[in-house]
Design a protein around this ligand. Structure first.
Ligand code: ZN
Length: 189
């Protein structure tokens, strides 16, 4: 993970018993438990668009925040299905930035599986581990079918991370996102 994200995540953490500054949910272990929290969505979008992810620099954290707060996106897959009307709602973003963002989004469909896996934001899977997992299993489609015990043979994968990977691919919200990505030209096998 890039240091800049570590800083953002640190800033995001506040003492327990408090409420999320963004969506007012009661924090759990200093984290907002609301999956639809615009701030959480924005960090996910920013991670997806980072250099270690799908490399879409035109969509930075401030733009990701605006998109999330306008409820234009709830996961990265939705970036690829923004309508003209959606883009128009981002009225403080210049036409040049929008054009560049759309071009970079199109180009990102050719991203390596390592970048995709990092962008999925699976607990415990940073850029290095994403690389090792893809080196070992080749494709995301194969990783998706891999049992927890086999995953644990990889350096950096303990029981927790293995379970997190298995859970991520079984989660219905994530599966919906994978479907949207598939429909937009991403290939996982
Ligand atoms: Zn929140």
């Amino acid at each position: 993970m890039f240091p800049v994200f570590k800083i953002f995540e640190k800033l995001f953490k506040v003492p327990s018993g408090s409420k999320c500054s963004e969506c007012q949910s009661l924090l759990k272990d200093s984290e907002c438990p609301n999956m639809d929290c615009p701030l959480k969505v924005a960090y996910w979008i920013a991670r997806w668009c980072s250099q270690a992810g799908l490399n879409i620099p035109a969509i930075d954290l401030p733009l990701a925040k605006r998109m999330a707060r306008l409820h234009l996106v709830i996961h990265p897959g939705e970036l690829y299905e923004l309508s003209e009307g959606d883009w128009q709602r981002l009225d403080d973003v210049t036409g040049a930035v929008k054009k560049e963002a759309k071009r970079q989004l199109e180009e990102s469909k050719n991203a390596e599986h390592t970048a995709l896996l990092y962008g999925f934001r699976i607990d415990g899977v940073d850029a290095d581990l994403a690389k090792r997992l893809v080196e070992t299993f080749g494709r995301i489609s194969r990783l998706r079918e891999t049992k927890a015990e086999q995953l644990q043979a990889i350096k950096g994968v303990d029981e927790c991370v293995a379970v997190a990977i298995r859970k991520w691919f079984r989660d219905s919200f994530n599966r919906k996102m994978l479907k949207i990505l598939d429909r937009n030209g991403f290939r996982f096998d």
